[in-house]
Design a protein. Structure first.
Ligand code: SF4
Ligand code: SF4
Ligand code: SF4
Ligand code: SF4
Lengths: 182, 535
């Protein structure tokens, strides 16, 4: 640390100076644009989230979904690779027999506890069937209870991949047992 | 003895040993699928190829007996290349099934593919399809596509059980394992084929999809299913409690013992553990009969039991010990019985249907520790003339015995007339039941003391030949249940028998000091293989 940085007040003033410089620069640009009708000056603006969204990167890891087969059943074969690799231990799968011996295995239960998930994406990485993805574009799931953060197989199966620019194409699933009491 | 050199290291082995076993002595692994030390040699899988002396062509190690001065190489590029080619052959028609295959994680095809695989497959043709998920019998399910035709299962049924249900049918790459017409793989040892199948072709119907094998932990144990005392491993799952419907013990597997069970166990023993996580488990001490029963803590019930044991005169009390109890439990009970001066003591209750027996493993006596109970001295005593367990129950019916302490037995499932027993249980003033699972005796008992099952504690059983063998704890006792020796130690302490032992080993030490047959034995001495008692 430099000697100057050791004096708290000096650095605070320098910081304030940076903020002020940006403020006045933007004020100038907005004035030029709106008062003097300049065509080139562009001041910084705040996105009016949630009405207005920035495009999401296609690599964004958002809410999980389970990929469906053509008949709507899960592509997942309950191999537990994702459950095994998950560092948060937040995937709970119970396997059952599939009527078709070529598929053999199917999840009877597939819960993800999003309250524990760390969004590492390892589950997607580990899946040998490409049966789980994190491409729904949904980020705003929250709940007043821990129970409400548990997403079941049915909820995960109902989700669609995000549209262009990462806009979600499905609604945020609401767990049946989600309660609103605090 | 024969001396030979393997990979430049010298080793001396008995005549008749094959090269695989000789290499094993040196810690050199020769991979194989079809070879099994308990079965005849088939030379089917060709994976165990090694180079012998100056012989230009690699030979199979399983069918090559050692000779004096033999020079074997298992690490040359020719051997490694051969292994890779053999693996390629084995996998030509093998499906890419590992994620759904129950064997994954303990599959020798996976293990050797990682070591000797050709990672760029050259197979362009469609794989041959064969039947999948075909039940062969009550315990075994076959996926013929995953089979590598090692013929171990066929040889097991031909040579060990002599039942010959299985065969290899068709030819070439359409060969497949199957049952002979009209047969079912239902012999009493059928599930051993699951253990010896090196791949996921034969898997366990009972274990199917229950738990992935990498979640399992292992504890060494002894099968409590009959007086043979087969060495087993308990595979239990505590890592993912939502699997297997919350049952902790997932499966039992045989553990090699040269003199007891070799590589095998019977199906009755293998699937006989279900009582461990059964809803019928007793999980809290309780007092009061039937609907009036209330659960209470150990600190409350121990003085009550001690009080009851003091209240009655010795001739008014009876004890029915169980040959399912470990030596440690039986010894503490014996000490208590002697302290109280009880004479009406026995342990053997004949079952309604006599047990089956054969000359491989299964014994008619379905109790793991009859020999131990006899040696500790809980049988009917000479000259007392109470007529054994049945005599004790008769005395109870006639009101001569007022307080009876029953361990584990479901007396109503015994060979004796039910009405006789029901009446005896009804007439008793004080019936104490100690055991792991509820039965009709516990339902009639005034006091219930819940015991831990054998996987939830350690101890020793003495098998029918007098071999004392240790078993280790796999999981914690369910609920408030305690090991029998612990309960008996607490009651003993309450009755003034000195401090209660804190470990099973202490009980065994005291047993070795008191009972001549066990003299000189200790947990350290028993190790994995156990020891036969003297005389
Ligand atoms: S994103 Fe990571 S933490 Fe979340 S479920 Fe997948 S593996 Fe587990
Ligand atoms: S890794 Fe894929 S196929 Fe396996 S259980 Fe998870 S989602 Fe299902
Ligand atoms: S037998 Fe082995 S290699 Fe074949 S699918 Fe099963 S685990 Fe995979
Ligand atoms: S089923 Fe298993 S043991 Fe039997 S031949 Fe096939 S691979 Fe070998």
């Amino acid at each position: 640390m430099k000697l100057r940085q050791r004096f708290y007040l000096v650095e605070v003033l320098v910081g304030l100076g940076v903020t002020a410089a940006h403020f006045f620069a933007n004020l100038g640009r907005h004035t030029a644009r709106h008062v003097f009708r300049s065509k080139t000056a562009r001041g910084a603006v705040t996105f009016q989230y949630p009405e207005e969204r920035r495009p999401y990167s296609p690599r964004l890891r958002s809410l999980h979904r389970l990929v469906r087969r053509e008949d709507g059943s899960p592509r997942c074969v309950a191999c537990m690779m994702c459950e095994t690799v998950c560092p948060a231990h937040c995937i709970y799968i119970v396997a059952a027999e599939h009527p078709n011996p070529e598929i053999e295995k199917v999840p009877e239960r597939f819960d993800i506890d999003l309250g524990k998930c760390v969004f590492c994406g390892y589950c997607v990485e580990a899946c040998p069937e490409d049966a789980i993805r994190m491409d729904t574009g949904i980020l705003e799931f929250s709940s007043y209870s821990r129970q409400g953060m548990i997403y079941t197989k049915e909820m995960l199966l109902a989700l669609e991949p995000a549209g262009p620019a990462g806009t979600p194409r499905s609604l945020i699933p609401i767990p049946a047992d989600r309660t609103l009491e605090r | 003895m024969v001396r030979l050199t393997i990979d430049g290291k010298e080793v001396e082995v008995p005549e008749g040993t094959n090269v695989i076993e000789a290499a094993r002595r040196l810690g050199i692994e020769v991979p194989y699928y079809c070879y099994h030390p308990g079965l005849s040699i088939a030379g089917q899988c060709r994976l165990c190829m090694v180079e012998l002396g100056n012989n230009p062509r690699p030979q199979i190690a399983c069918n090559t007996q050692v000779t004096e001065g033999m020079v074997v190489r298992t690490d040359t590029s020719k051997v490694l290349e051969t292994r890779q080619s053999i693996m390629e052959f084995h996998l030509i028609n093998h499906p890419l099934d590992c994620p759904v295959c129950d064997q994954a994680g303990e599959c020798w095809l996976q293990i050797y593919y990682m070591k000797h695989g050709l990672y760029e497959p050259r197979m362009v043709d469609e794989k041959v399809h064969k039947p999948k998920a075909v039940p062969l019998g009550p315990h075994v399910i076959l996926d013929a596509e995953r089979c590598i035709l090692c013929s171990r299962c066929v040889r097991f049924c031909d040579e060990i059980t002599g039942t010959g249900e299985l065969g290899i049918f068709q030819r070439g790459d359409h060969s497949e394992i199957g049952l002979f017409p009209g047969k079912e793989l239902a012999n009493p040892y059928s599930a051993n084929v699951i253990d010896i199948c090196p791949v996921g072709a034969l898997t366990d119907r009972d274990f199917r999809f229950a738990v992935r094998v990498w979640y399992l932990d292992t504890a060494r144990s002894i099968c409590p299913g009959c007086s043979r005392g087969c060495n087993i491993e308990v595979h239990y799952n505590l890592r993912r409690p939502h699997h297997n419907q919350g049952r902790r013990v997932a499966r039992l597997k045989p553990r090699y013992h040269a003199e007891v069970n070799r590589w095998w166990i019977c199906d009755a023993g293998r699937y006989g553990y279900k009582f461990v996580d059964d809803p019928s488990r007793l999980v809290s001490p309780s007092r009061g009969r039937g609907d009036a029963a209330v659960e209470i803590g150990w600190d409350e019930i121990i003085p009550v039991i001690a009080g009851q044991l003091r209240r009655y005169r010795p001739e008014e009390m009876g004890v029915l010990a169980s040959p399912k109890m470990a030596n440690e439990d039986l010894f503490l009970l014996k000490r208590l019985v002697d302290h109280l001066g009880l004479a009406h003591v026995d342990f053997s209750v004949p079952p309604r249907h006599p047990g089956d027996e054969d000359n491989l493993l299964i014994r008619a006596d379905k109790n793991p520790n009859t020999c131990g109970a006899e040696l500790v001295g809980l049988g009917p005593r000479e000259g007392v003339g109470h007529g054994g367990a049945r005599g004790i129950l008769r005395a109870a019916r006639e009101g001569r015995i007022k307080c009876l302490w029953v361990f584990h037995h479901d007396l109503l499932a015994s060979a004796w007339p039910e009405e006789e027993i029901r009446e005896a249980l009804r007439t008793l003033e004080c019936l104490i039941f100690q055991g792991s699972n509820a039965n009709r005796v516990s339902a009639a008992a005034h006091y219930v003391l819940p015991s831990a099952t054998w996987v939830e504690r350690e101890g020793t059983f003495t098998n029918f030949e007098g071999r004392v063998q240790r078993f280790w704890r796999a999981v914690e006792p369910l609920g408030a249940s305690l090991a029998d020796w612990e309960i008996l130690g607490r009651i003993g302490a309450a009755l003034g028998l000195g401090p209660q032992p804190v470990r099973a080993e202490e009980c065994f030490k005291a047993l070795a000091a008191a009972v001549p047959a066990f003299a000189g034995l200790s947990y350290g001495e028993l190790r994995d293989t156990g020891k036969v008692v003297s005389a």
